[in-house]
Design a protein around this ligand. Structure first.
Ligand code: UD1
Ligand code: PEP
Length: 417
């Protein structure tokens, strides 16, 4: 096991280039199962979740060649094999195997997902969607069994605008008979990315990015080449890190439109932000105003940036209130930040944060974004070395983190525990 060591107190300076989005990549890889010929994905991030997905597809018989930021997936020899255990248990987004396998084989057995369990994360809306399409779905000893004689298009109204359920239903419906309409669909940019790939494969999907998505089922999909959108959560994390260290960083290969909510909130605090076509420059200020933040579904402030933002708000004057309306209890970073001297208390679905300096400490990342929050906190500490364990969570979502931070002037290294 490794830990991250951070000797903070240095303003981040320079340029960082953002890789492809994790939450797109881990939906696009299973989407390739639906094709009859090779799918090439470019701008792929080098993440442990991506490696696990490559392993899942190989276990099913796909040929996967992953070189740098490109993955070539030949799904022509894929077989319908039950996956109750093994790699599917290692990541959250293994739930996409349900939609993809159901779409291609009309059957699937997939163990309930693993990944970051900061609170119960139900998949009832995914199952409701599969059942509406005509599948029988049962939970047997911790595995979801899905079976359909045929999938038939229908209208599905999601009770909550779930990213995973929206994508999973798109995957299954892409090869169903007739038209499927998803109402109250999630609108995250990653959903548009998946629809773009599926359409390049021959699917007929309209409305992705709005609350109504229409999928005309087709009998066959073919291979294609697709470049993954930049990771808005990684970009937002570097924006926050730049501000927290009072640095000056150009964050390149981003879509500024995807970062509007975080940009506006940081400007409200007094951070100076300049937007360009494909990059954003973040300049820190000597002091920041306190703000209130509400994490919401897109285009609201992303829940995945809520934990990193907590660390930035410890650097603001006065009391800030950060509420998460997507996950009511996503606060595993808080006790660890308190260990570093932060004055934060959790009340219901809100963290109340009083600004003040942090101290170096030994802390543990209990999930991916909690890990990012602790790294940012460590970067702000003037004296001493902060040790962050739980690096395996951070590796799920941040590629080249240490080398990127070092390039920006941070004193950060990995050390064996
Ligand atoms: C792999 C991936 O893309 N992960 C992202 C995805 O997770 P994920 O797709 O799992 O999150 P959802 O959008 O589904 O969850 C949103 C909300 O809906 C609830 N819900 C969801 C599904 C369901 O069947 N029933 C239900 O009640 C959840 O508990 C949560 O409160 O979106 C989240 C919200 O932006 C992000 O934090 C994750 O990074
Ligand atoms: C919660 C996250 O991811 P996942 O849904 O894959 O666990 C995240 O990216 O912050």
């Amino acid at each position: 096991m490794e830990k991250l060591m951070i000797s903070g107190g240095r303003p981040l300076q320079g340029m960082v280039s953002i890789s492809g989005a994790k939450n797109s990549a881990i939906a696009l890889i299973p989407a390739a199962i639906l094709a009859e010929s090779e799918v090439i994905l470019d701008n792929l991030p080098l993440l442990s979740d991506v490696a696990v997905y490559a392993e899942i597809l190989e276990e099913l018989g796909a040929k996967v060649a992953w070189e740098g930021s490109q993955m070539r997936i030949d799904p022509s020899a894929i077989k319908s094999i039950p996956m109750p255990n093994g790699p599917v248990k290692k990541l959250r987004a293994s739930y996409y195997m349900m939609g993809a396998m159901l779409g291609r084989f009309k059957e699937a057995v997939v163990g309930l997902p693993g990944g970051c369990n900061f609170e119960p994360r139900p998949i009832d809306q995914h199952i409701k969607g599969f059942e509406a399409l005509g599948a029988t779905v049962t939970n047997e000893h911790g595995s979801i069994h899905l079976h359909a004689k045929e999938l038939r298009g229908t209208k599905i109204y999601l009770d909550v605008s779930s990213v995973g359920a929206t994508i999973n239903i798109m995957l299954a419906a892409a090869r169903a008979k007739g038209a499927t309409i998803i109402e109250n669909a999630a609108k995250e940019p990653e959903i548009i990315d998946v629809a773009t790939l599926l359409n390049s494969m021959g699917a007929v999907i309209k409305g992705a990015g709005t609350e109504t998505i229409r999928i005309e089922g087709v009998s066959e999909l073919h291979g294609c080449r697709h470049s993954i959108i930049p990771d808005r959560i990684q970009a937002g994390t570097y924006m926050i890190a730049a501000a927290a260290t009072r640095g000056d960083v150009l964050i390149d290969n981003v879509i500024p439109k995807h970062l509007e909510a975080i940009t506006a909130k940081m400007q409200e605090m007094g951070v100076v932000i300049e937007e360009f076509d494909e990059s954003i420059r973040v300049k820190g200020a000597p002091s920041y105003e306190h703000v209130d933040v509400k994490a919401l579904i897109y285009p609201g402030f992303a829940t995945d940036l809520q934990s990193p933002m907590t660390s930035l708000l410890t650097q603001a004057r006065g009391v800030s209130v950060l509420s998460d309306f997507v996950y009511s209890n996503r606060f595993k970073h808080v006790p660890e930040l308190v260990r570093m001297g932060a004055k934060i208390r959790v009340e219901g679905r809100s963290a109340i944060i009083e600004g003040g300096n942090l101290n170096a400490a030994k802390v543990k990342a209990a999930d991916l974004r909690a890990g990012a929050a602790l790294v940012i906190a460590g970067l702000t500490v003037e004296d001493g070395v902060t040790e962050v364990t739980g690096v395996e969570y951070i590796d799920r979502g941040y590629d080249h983190l240490v080398s990127n931070l070092r390039m920006l002037g941070a004193d950060v290294w990995r050390q064996s525990e």
